[in-house]
Design a protein around this ligand. Structure first.
Ligand code: G6Q
Length: 522
């Protein structure tokens, strides 16, 4: 059972959307709000402590109806069933895509290659819990009998970005362990990470599904050499653990077989933070918090799997993004979290989104003649307001933006939080409604700058009509972070289905790696 192979541009709904676009493209958000006093409520979905307000998008209820028709026409429901039930929807690699099974608490079986994978997942979680507890409590001793103070995750791409982003995002929940990440093959990165570490009290977690990745193995070897300047080869097992599928390579490295955590080929690297790849997360915040992260993601999974498309948060944000990408020809999307804790979210999403949907051959093997994967980028508010937001407000490009906010701050500095959220709301309002020539005129007049009106008026006008989604959570917790990440994972899936591409391979990253090997050998 494979995914349907439907060219979205050949569907009835696409044709209707094209006509609808021509009719509605000059509507402004100001007009749309004026003509419907309940617009905010009409275009808000509330689900499990998350409110998505998508009223400030260039849409009408007809737009949403047609976009949902498109989702139906490309048989999204069928694809979702295949995704969750473990069909090999990663057809180009012959694999299932089951990061959802990693966080499932249901008793239902998920069968891969004739076997239920749930018991394996439970065993791995128990192992992560036992190991995390031992290290955090200080029962796990280094080679001189001291407790571990520092953990270094050695990995790259999917084996680095997710754990690094989450450990940073959940810094508030962290215990006393210092957790570091080394990824780049550039030697200064590893040198900086180890320069102040004590080999007696540091634990290295080598995360590599293949255990052949040039960057990771180079860094692991360099670190082992550094370690062996103090410890002996017999001490390696107390300081190095691995997350991998390549057991022989792991044993050859000197890692004890009890200290190897599994990875599976039905979980893609960029979707693997929910597995033992997230070991550094569990070490940093404790297993119970790690499990809360998984539970939050599962709540989003259930919402996504079971909710009608028109009320389905990941489906709605995916459809809006298709609307801008394919009809408005927007090329990029901004991710703007209003919390410093999420400073690494844009980087993480760049891999998840762009490695998944940056494809130009469809599921029939044909070259695509429409736009697929969007470019995502972003940074935290309010810092970015003093940086790139000028272009988003007054530049020539249309940049749909996700504003991610929290009703409560974690440390409780309410006056800071009020200012932060005033900015969060003000930015979206300014983008949507702008400032008219009349308003600028009046402003210059009342401020006494009468003589500058002619000179400055046009520069000070904000055209507005720039779209945004407001994603508002109660609080940044492991649970709400799990929901946020899972929401974006499902957005990626929905868009891949609509664009008729394979989202779960990444052949595009191979050629550069091969050539680097050749150049190195020559
Ligand atoms: C992610 C990609 C890629 C991968 C890294 C690390 O989906 O597959 O980013 O995670 O190349 O691979 P290893 O875990 O095998 O070292």
């Amino acid at each position: 059972m494979t995914l349907k192979k439907i060219n979205p541009t050949q569907t009835e709904s696409w044709k209707k959307l094209s006509e609808h676009f021509e009719k509605t493209k000059y509507l402004t958000l100001t007009d749309l709000f004026r003509s419907n006093s309940s617009r905010k409520t009409d275009f808000t979905i509330t689900e499990n402590n998350l409110e998505l307000d998508y009223s400030k998008n260039k849409i009408t209820s007809e737009t949403m109806k047609l976009l949902v028709e498109l989702a139906n026409e490309v048989e999204l429901k069928d694809a979702i069933n295949k995704y969750f039930s473990g069909e090999k929807i990663n057809e180009t690699e012959g694999r299932a895509v089951l990061h959802t099974a990693l966080r499932s608490n249901s008793e239902d079986e998920v069968i891969v290659e004739g076997k239920d994978i749930k018991p394996k997942i439970q065993t791995a979680l128990r192992k992560i819990r036992a190991f995390s507890n031992k290290v955090i409590s200080g029962k796990w001793k280094g080679y001189t009998g001291k407790a571990i103070t520092d953990v270094v995750n050695i990995g790259i791409g999917g084996s680095d970005l997710g754990p690094d982003m989450v450990v940073e995002a959940l810094r508030f929940y962290r215990n006393k362990l210092n957790v570091h990440f080394v990824s780049n093959v550039e030697g200064d990165h590893v040198s900086e990470v180890i320069k102040n570490l004590n080999p007696e009290t540091t634990l290295f977690v080598i995360v590599s599904k293949t255990f052949t990745t040039q960057e990771t193995i180079s860094n692991a070897n360099t670190i082992r050499d550094w370690f062996l300047r103090s410890g002996s080869i017999f001490d390696v097992a107390k300081h190095f653990v691995a997350v991998s599928t390549n057991l022989n390579a792991v044993y050859d490295f000197g890692i004890d077989k009890n200290n190897v955590f599994p990875m599976w080929n039905w979980v893609g690297g960029r979707f693997s933070l929910w597995s033992a790849v997230g070991l550094s997360i569990s070490l940093a915040i404790g297993f119970d918090n790690f499990k809360e992260l998984l539970n939050g993601a599962e709540e989003m999974d259930i919402h996504f799997r079971d909710t009608d498309f028109s009320e389905n948060i990941p489906v709605v944000i995916a459809l809006l993004s298709v609307w801008y990408n394919n009809f408005y020809k927007a090329e990029t999307e901004a991710i703007l979290p209003y919390t410093q804790y999420l400073s690494k979210l844009p980087d993480y999403l760049q891999q998840a989104v762009m490695e998944s949907n940056g494809k130009s051959v469809d599921r029939n093997g044909d070259e695509i003649n429409y736009q697929t994967g969007t470019i995502v980028w972003g940074s935290t508010g309010t810092n970015m307001q003093h940086a790139f937001m000028q272009l988003v407000h007054q530049g020539t490009k249309l940049i749909p933006a996700d504003f991610i906010g929290y009703k409560e701050s974690l440390h409780g500095l309410t006056s800071h939080h009020e200012k932060l959220m005033a900015n969060y709301n003000a930015q979206m309002e300014a983008l949507a409604f702008g400032k008219t020539a009349e308003e600028v005129h009046l402003e210059l007049k009342t401020s006494g700058d009468f003589d500058k009106i002619n000179q400055l008026l046009s520069y000070k006008v904000f055209k507005g009509n720039r779209p945004s989604n407001a994603l508002l959570f109660d609080k940044l917790t492991p649970d709400s972070l799990g929901k946020l990440i899972a929401m974006y994972e499902h957005k990626i899936f929905v868009q891949g289905i609509i664009w008729n591409i394979y989202s779960y391979d990444q052949f595009g990253v191979e050629l550069g790696k091969e050539l680097a090997k050749k150049i190195l050998a020559s």
